[in-house]
Write a protein that binds this ligand. Structure first.
Ligand code: GNR
Ligand code: NI
Length: 189
């Protein structure tokens, strides 16, 4: 297992159109394990292969909902204030060669972020639901209707496969502001 470096904008590799996965072997399984490890380490809920520099139509998602069957536990990371949290439930999902079949006409706006555009958040409007067809690690095909956060996340990840970032959905002014803020943060670091 290995944690990979996550590529950040404006790296031109993020504009690559990724290629279909054709070989369903052990190397693919290892790559997916590494993608989960990288995503969890970065506190993300999704990761596309191109974000670690591999132009493959492959993505992982784990929305990590709070586990409603577990008791809330005290959390100490809020400077003096008592804060309770349920532990997160792991729900890892792998999508190989995903396709969007019928996006809803209804749109929904959600504040998005991206591990490749750190500390920038902006509202993006997308179809509120869609049907997705994909392959699993054995190459078997599946289909499922996606709604809510899963619809937001899978459309965000599938944009990465086409070389598109969430900031590409913003006005040119807002996108340039976001890119300047990124550049400034990088110089300060
Ligand atoms: O971790 C992530 N959070 C997120 C929040 C709102 C909408 C989309 C996302 S995906 C993002 C991880 C990422 O960059 N995936 O490509
Ligand atoms: Ni992203």
């Amino acid at each position: 297992m290995a944690i990979h470096n996550i590529i950040e904008a404006p790296d031109p590799r993020l504009k690559t159109i990724s290629k279909p996965v054709e070989t369903f072997d052990d190397a693919l399984k290892t790559l997916v394990e590494d993608m989960f490890e990288t995503m969890y380490a970065a506190n993300g809920i999704g990761l596309a292969a191109i974000q670690i520099g591999l132009p493959l139509r492959l993505l992982v998602i784990d929305l990590q909902p709070e586990d409603m069957d577990a008791e809330p536990e005290e959390c100490h990371s809020h400077g003096g204030h008592k804060h309770f949290h349920r532990p997160l439930k792991k729900e890892p999902r792998v999508f190989v060669n995903p396709e969007i079949l019928d996006p809803s006409e209804e749109l929904h706006s959600f504040q998005e972020g991206c591990l490749s555009v750190p500390d920038i958040y902006a509202d993006v409007e997308r179809p509120s639901a869609c049907r997705v067809r994909w392959q699993d690690l054995e190459g078997n095909t599946h289909e499922e209707d996606m709604t809510d956060m899963m619809a937001v996340c899978i459309q965000h990840e599938m944009d990465h496969l086409e070389g598109i970032l969430f900031i590409d959905h913003l006005s040119r002014l807002k996108r340039n502001m976001a890119l300047k803020k990124l550049e400034k943060a990088r110089k300060a670091a």
